[in-house]
Design a protein around this ligand. Structure first.
Ligand code: RIB
Length: 311
């Protein structure tokens, strides 16, 4: 089983012709409310990729929280670890999407700020499970659960998004670190590493320094990964019309985690994750266009095998 310890949000989505500059008001005719949050997005991506998922988090005692819980239950995700806050509303992300499909996001934590490490019992952090974390929960809670998971033998994956402080000790408990290019540079800077312009070299530096498998996602250019002295370059699938890139990184992470949990090799897991991330940008919202395993398998032959690079 995959345990996702993460955020649950309602996403307020507005389509704009261009992003407002400071002091500017941009008008748009309509908006939508859709479920989101990096934790819930990744849980749904993993569940659709065919693995059992348990979500641990917190929502408000409000309609948005109920809606998110129902959406997860419809995907057969276990939600007994999701608590309703007595005082805070469900987390909310305001998302602007421009005409190219790019986004700008402001996240208000709401009930996610109350998530507590004690919500994750030791019993679900054993060697047969995988823990998947992001950075939209209180950091201390994340590090507590990560430390216990490493001690009890669970496979551990952290998507360092949005980029935030990552203590050295936390890194030592990680098996996989997934970051985008900006997040990779931020963590490399904090660790005092040279900022390589080549993504593969940057992944190598992080992997070597932190003794983990490092994956750097590169949006429309796919991803690179380094494990030990072996690097992998995986392209992205060509997509005719980009509707909304929100949640593409989450789709990548959830599907990658599912593939690793299913014991696929690193290149095979990267290939599946890249196909899924590419498919997810064909529809509006983080979760609407997230593919199911059958879609991923159908499109897999269109993506070349990841290229291996000896480092
Ligand atoms: O990664 C996309 C997610 O980030 C959105 O669903 C939004 O809720 C924010 O958390």
């Amino acid at each position: 089983m995959i345990v996702v310890f993460g955020s649950i949000n309602i996403d307020l989505i507005m389509q704009v012709k261009h992003f407002p500059t400071p002091g500017e008001t941009v008008m748009t005719p309509s908006y939508e409310w859709l479920s989101g949050g990096k934790g819930m997005n990744q849980a749904i991506a993993a569940a659709r990729a065919g693995v059992k998922v348990a979500m641990v988090g917190r929502v408000g005692d409000d309609g948005f929280g109920t809606r998110a819980l129902n959406a997860m239950r419809r995907e057969s995700i276990l939600t007994s670890g999701v608590i309703q806050s007595e005082s805070l509303p469900t987390g909310c992300a305001t998302i602007l999407i421009d005409e190219t499909g790019e986004n700008e996001i402001v996240v208000s934590l709401g009930a996610n700020a109350e998530v507590d490490a004690t919500q994750v019992p030791d019993e679900i952090l054993g060697p047969s499970n995988l823990l998947l974390l992001q950075m939209e929960l209180p950091a201390e809670a994340n590090w507590d659960v990560l430390k216990r998971a490493a001690a009890r033998g669970a496979t551990t994956i952290l998507n360092l998004a949005p980029a935030n402080e990552l203590p050295r000790e936390a890194l030592s408990h990680l098996d996989y670190l997934i970051v985008n290019r900006i997040e990779a540079e931020q963590i490399a800077t904090k660790l005092g590493l040279k900022i390589e312009t080549d993504a593969l070299k940057l992944a190598y530096a992080l992997s070597k320094n932190c003794d983990l498998t490092c994956i750097i996602t590169l949006s429309g250019r796919g991803a690179v990964a380094v494990s030990g002295s072996t690097g992998w370059v995986v392209p992205a699938l060509k997509v005719d019309t980009v509707v909304d890139t929100t949640g593409a990184g989450d789709t990548f992470c959830g599907v990658f985690a599912a593939a690793i949990h299913q014991k696929l090799s690193l290149p095979d897991a990267l290939r599946r994750a890249s196909v899924a991330g590419s498919l997810s940008i064909k529809g509006k919202g983080a979760q609407t266009a997230m593919p199911y395993i059958d879609d991923i398998v159908t499109y897999l032959p269109q993506l070349p095998e990841p290229e291996m690079v000896k480092l």
